[in-house]
Design a protein around this ligand. Structure first.
Ligand SMILES: [Zn+2]
Length: 176
């Protein structure tokens, strides 16, 4: 049995007592979380998310890339359309974590080897200091014309050895 079969079997169990058919398309808690793809840092588990509460975007390192900026810009536009004349703020939670693979991206030897072999340049998502990269990501959002200033952004580091989340950047609107 492949690992995908394991997951599909779990879905049959999930669907057998499904009762979430009336959830709204926009997240109930008006929150988007940006996190790393690392299997140890699934926000649904760490933050006790229920279906329909929060939107989640994940990439290597949980970094703000142009692709993330495009996603946030489009989501903000859809959210504002749903709100009508007065768009209500929503929260964007940036969550990095200890022992992140993106810390390896900061090694020039690794960067050069990856670029030589695949053409991929990961310098802009490398993490050498979590607090500094969270600050950089907030600045990337603040200076991105696609992202409205009323979005409330905060930054956290999840500790994979202890399970706790530490605040690095308190929630504040980008335009403040
Ligand atoms: Zn990671």
């Amino acid at each position: 049995m492949s690992n995908t079969s394991i997951l599909l079997n779990r879905n049959r169990q999930f669907a057998s007592d499904f009762s979430s058919e009336n959830l709204p398309p926009m997240p109930i808690l008006r929150t988007i979380i940006l996190a790393c793809v690392d299997a140890r840092v699934d926000p649904a588990h760490i933050l006790g998310l229920e279906l329909g509460e929060v939107g989640v975007i994940r990439n290597n390192g949980g970094r703000v890339t142009q692709a993330v900026i495009d996603e946030i810009g489009a989501l903000a536009f859809m959210s504002a359309m749903a709100d009508g004349s007065e768009p209500r703020p929503f929260d964007l939670v940036l969550m990095q974590h200890t022992q992140c693979g993106a810390e390896r991206f900061a090694d020039p030897g690794f960067q050069n080897a990856l670029k030589a072999k695949t053409g991929l340049d990961v310098a802009h998502v490398a993490i050498s200091d979590h607090e500094q990269s969270l600050q950089e990501d907030v600045e990337r959002l603040r200076t991105a014309p696609e992202v409205p200033g009323y979005i409330v952004v905060s930054g956290y580091i999840y500790d994979v050895q202890h399970g706790n989340v530490r605040e690095v950047i308190a929630p504040a609107a980008l335009a403040l």
